[in-house]
Design a protein around this ligand. Structure first.
Ligand SMILES: Cc1cc2nc3c(=O)[nH]c(=O)nc-3n(C[C@H](O)[C@H](O)[C@H](O)COP(=O)(O)OP(=O)(O)OC[C@H]3O[C@@H](n4cnc5c(N)ncnc54)[C@H](O)[C@@H]3O)c2cc1C
Length: 603
């Protein structure tokens, strides 16, 4: 059976020792009262919920999946999912970061991200129902009118109602400018929504008394393309009454027309949604819907990156447990378990390579994602405008990297950790093939990882002539300047500084080439994201190595084994994983010609 233990020790290391996150957050008036004890307590409770409530439902949820009843157009989720959601709702988890005026706990984003990591590690399919609800809350909190907020936010923060995002149509996924769903204004200020959406996660289910669909549609006089898209609230049941007292009333004209049978996340309903003159209400300004939806999409992109992180950790933990138990062959340097017929496979160098790869990507990803969570709060709540701007720049620059780098890692590490099981990984019993199947979608939805790469290179780097990247580069340079003369840090600082230099040159080279031919950017983007992702990871791994070295020096022989372990993982990262950048830089520099000279009809 799959195993999982909340990685509390490492989470606390990142939060308290690496990032000094509680101090950083206390500088924000909103969190002036925050203390380390509260943070640790929430982490422990969240870990317990993930281990005890979600993990036991992961396998059964995958095997049973969701079922659709065409007669009632209802969706039933796997056994145990609803009861788990009730526990989650009663404990107030949905409103962890929501404003207190809407019934939330107003805690930092950091705790949400840490919880998301653990609940995705234990049950991604289940977690998505509340993940979409959180996204809908954030979108409405940002864009909706005061009356809409008063009506919907308390229901979403308490998970009495859940949310969805309805963008995709059968002919338009990446290119939302093609969407056709129509919204016709009515005399009473509402709109009639007509059209079909596909692939809508959590579009229909049995978790909640109402489902609040956030729908992109076109007004009759809307301009073509993305400039003519508006955002609407379309609830499954029309609210009766106003404010927090509202109840779910008459059935609206929005139905689930069927669910998809898919590769993974079977416990999450992926719905075709039909809107038949459904009543909806405009959110924000007409034709500015895509902009409003970007609040939800950016939050969801970070959330999907964290799904990748959670699955990397889950795959790692299971592979380590197996590698300690499974005995095959002897160590090349002589038996390590002579009392047994063979040694545990964890003695073999290549098994260790696979385990350490997953470990290094999980721990590096945790440091990166938790830092971004602090930036998310600083961007909105920091009293200093310059720090708000810096945090906003980091959020913009890093969102596509969190999404694509962490989800690529989630899938490829799940695959390698499955390999540790040999043939036993390929069969169902151990749960590894489910992790691999579940992790695959993370590279696709919320904008494919190719689209994230184009966003990074085109919109986040080249469009501001590298200003945001330079801001991050200054953090790297400051770290290099501070620790560059420390001999023990040389093995980390030198390759970090070198990569920073190479990224600068690569960016300029691609930028120059793209001026003459935009395909140059398209051809380089995926390799470029991988290189910049490594720059970010190298920065955090160097910082983690520095904290570990300081503790080892201070505590001597009495040092907690956690720190030598961290240092050894840092060394593995720098020596075995970072060199991947050489390949990607070379591939990115090879240009567009080797792709574009191949005529389309030669394929
Ligand atoms: C399980 C699941 C759940 C989902 N949940 C939701 C949801 O809740 N709400 C929702 O609205 N949608 C949802 N989606 C839809 C998802 O976001 C889209 O599938 C995704 O954005 C890609 O769109 P597409 O499938 O139409 O692929 P396409 O856009 O047709 O892309 C096909 C391929 O072409 C590439 N490509 C496309 N355009 C470009 C370009 N300009 N440059 C380079 N390459 C390009 C893509 O990267 C991809 O590899 C979900 C999908 C799935 C499978």
């Amino acid at each position: 059976m799959p195993v999982y233990k909340a990685p509390l020790r490492d989470q606390q290391f990142v939060i308290h020792e690496l990032l000094g996150a509680v101090e950083a957050l206390r500088a924000l008036p909103r969190y002036a009262e925050l203390d380390a004890g509260t943070v640790n307590q929430v982490l422990e409770e969240a870990g317990r919920f993930s281990e005890e409530v979600l993990l036991p439902l992961n396998r059964s949820g995958d095997e049973e999946g969701c079922t659709y009843d065409p007669a009632t157009r209802a969706v039933r989720t796997p056994a145990g999912f609803v009861a788990a959601f009730e526990k989650f709702r009663e404990a107030g988890w949905q409103g962890l970061t929501a404003e207190d005026e809407f019934g939330g706990q107003a805690l930092p984003q950091l705790l949400q991200i840490a919880f998301d990591e653990m609940r995705c590690a234990t049950n991604q399919a289940w977690t998505m129902y509340s993940g979409l609800t959180l996204g809908a809350y954030e979108c409405l909190a940002h864009t909706a009118s005061a009356a809409q907020k008063a009506l919907y936010l308390p229901k979403l923060a308490s998970a009495e109602w859940t949310g969805t995002m309805c963008l995709t149509e059968s002919h338009c996924g990446t290119d939302l400018g093609l969407l056709r769903t129509k919204a016709v204004p009515q005399a009473d200020g509402s709109y009639r929504i007509t059209g079909s959406k596909i692939f809508i996660s959590a579009g229909e289910h049995d978790f909640a008394g109402n489902i609040v669909h956030l729908v992109l549609a076109r007004l009759p006089d809307a301009p073509a393309g993305t400039r003519g898209i508006s955002l609407f609230i379309v609830p499954k049941f029309l609210p009766e009454g106003s404010g927090a007292q509202a109840r779910a009333g008459a059935r609206n004209g929005v139905y689930c027309g069927g669910i998809e049978h898919k590769m993974g996340i079977h416990g999450n309903s992926t719905c075709q949604m039909v809107f038949e003159d459904a009543t909806g209400w405009l959110v924000g300004e007409p034709n500015k819907g895509l902009h409003a939806m970007f609040v939800m999409m950016n939050g969801a992109r970070l959330g999907v990156g964290v799904q990748g992180l959670g699955l990397t950790e889950a795959a790692y933990q299971n592979a380590v447990a197996y590698a300690r138990e499974r005995v095959q062959g002897r160590s090349l340097t002589g038996p390590k378990a002579p009392e047994q017929a063979a040694d545990p496979i964890i003695v073999h160098a290549d098994v260790r390579r696979m385990l350490l790869t997953a470990r290094a990507y999980a721990e590096g990803g945790r440091a990166f994602a938790y830092w971004i969570a602090v930036m998310a709060d600083q961007q909105v709540h920091h009293p200093d405008e310059a720090q708000r701007r810096f945090a906003g720049d980091m959020m913009a620059l890093m969102t596509p990297i969190v999404k694509a780098f962490l989800t690529d890692n989630g899938f490829f590490r799940s695959s390698e950790c499955l390999q540790v099981f040999g043939g036993h990984g390929y069969i169902r019993e151990w749960g590894m093939e489910q992790l691999l199947r579940d992790s695959r979608i993370n590279m696709i939805y919320e904008g494919t990882n190719t689209i994230q790469s184009l966003d990074l290179l085109g919109r986040k780097v080249l469009s501001d002539s590298g200003a945001r990247l330079t801001s991050f580069g200054k953090l790297v340079e400051a770290f290099v300047a501070e620790h560059g003369t420390d001999e023990d840090m040389n093995e980390f600082v030198t390759p970090l500084a070198d990569l920073g230099d190479k990224v600068r040159k690569l960016t300029m080279e691609i930028g120059m080439k793209a001026l003459g031919n935009q395909d140059e950017a398209g051809a380089a983007a995926v390799d470029y994201l991988r290189v910049v992702g490594h720059l970010v990871f190298a920065y955090f791994w160097a910082r983690m190595a520095q904290v570990a070295l300081a503790r080892i020096a201070a505590d001597g022989a009495r040092v907690d084994a956690f720190y030598p372990r961290k240092l050894a993982t840092a060394r593995f990262y720098f020596q075995r994983l970072l060199p991947e950048t050489a390949y990607h830089i070379r591939a990115a520099r090879s240009g567009a010609k080797n792709l574009m000279e191949f005529h389309t009809d030669w394929f």
